[in-house]
Design a protein around this ligand. Sequence first.
Ligand code: C5P
Length: 405
Amino acid sequence: MSALANQKILLGVTGGIAVYKSAMLLRALLEAGAEVRVAMTAAAQTFVTPLTFQALSGRPIHTELLDPAAEAAMGHIELARWADLILIAPVSADFMARLSVGMANDLLSAICLATTAPIALAPAMNRQMWLNPATQENVQRLTARGLLIWGPAEGVQACGESGPGRMLEPEALLDQVSAHFAGGALAGVKVVLTAGSTREPIDPVRFISNRSSGKMGFALAAALRRLGAEVVLVAGPVALATPAGVQRIDVETAQEMQLAVSEQLAGCDIFVGVAAVADYRPREIAQQKIKKQQTVMTLELERNPDILADVAAAEDPPFTVGFAAETQNVKAYAEEKRRAKRIDLIAANRVAAAEGGFERDENALTLLWEGGGESLPMMLKSELAARLAARIAERYHARTQQENS
Ligand code: C5P
């Protein structure tokens, strides 16, 4: 039976172009067996009329706070009590701001104030609005209050810009809701994850680094968190917001990253190395800025620790996941790497030009584990992360079961 069977979900819809997607979400929730009622704000109704939602749900849509007839049928307090989960998709920046200060000046905000049910928000807005400190402060405040923030995803936006702010796709939200009612596939599991690049200083102003943006790692941290895991994200220097509910430790060099990881290994069940760790660092760091003198200059480099291989080689290692960026023979090289580093699961991708990988919003992955594999086609990194997180959870539980039998 679906985890959603007979669960009562109040779908809140606020103003934004993503409203058309919540009609599809409504259908998906109903098909999964949930009982759904819909409350729309006035702004939402300017994008799609309540009739669409009414036709899909077969029920009247709740729109008014002070309407005697509506209140007599099922009032806001009753709706607030009825729901097992309130899911607001899309939630606008404005609605989050109103929620964060506890306003109740329309039906949906009044329901949110009157409920004891969990509230999940699926933000959708222009990337600048999402990244604005005012919105981020509201997100933090709402997260601290226990509201669940699902998304947003990154990618092309209706306004023509690209970045964080897209509402999660209806299927991804359905996964979230299912995981919520199932208790989360990784509830009680501690995950340590590295992401981004590292910087290896040459002198006070220069360093060696690489093109890793950290997008895949951050998306995966968020996806694992959504499955209920306690996630510690050890991040190299990146320009990304910390995913909701994730504990972040910032580092610069590979050695700092290794130290941060080792300090987090106690009680760690799953380790995921997404970071593009610099393989070498300058043997010596000049104390002063190096002046240009000779036509040729030689830098002596020494090997950095292999953080992932070291974690996998520990006495009682966690379930280990690594990435392999290859330009050719992806599968063969990745399998070789998986065996050489003795890791449980490897996610490999081609990094040839125009095929995803570093700095892009999309990617495709080939997953390999002992005795199996899966090919994930080109898709948004946020969606890819959700698929990979689900596979990590499944393989982790398979290994734990094997160890216990
Ligand atoms: O050997 P290669 O760098 O291709 O392996 C990539 C995988 O190993 C990634 O999962 C990366 O996070 C991890 N790695 C690491 N420490 C290094 C190099 C790579 O954890 N020094």
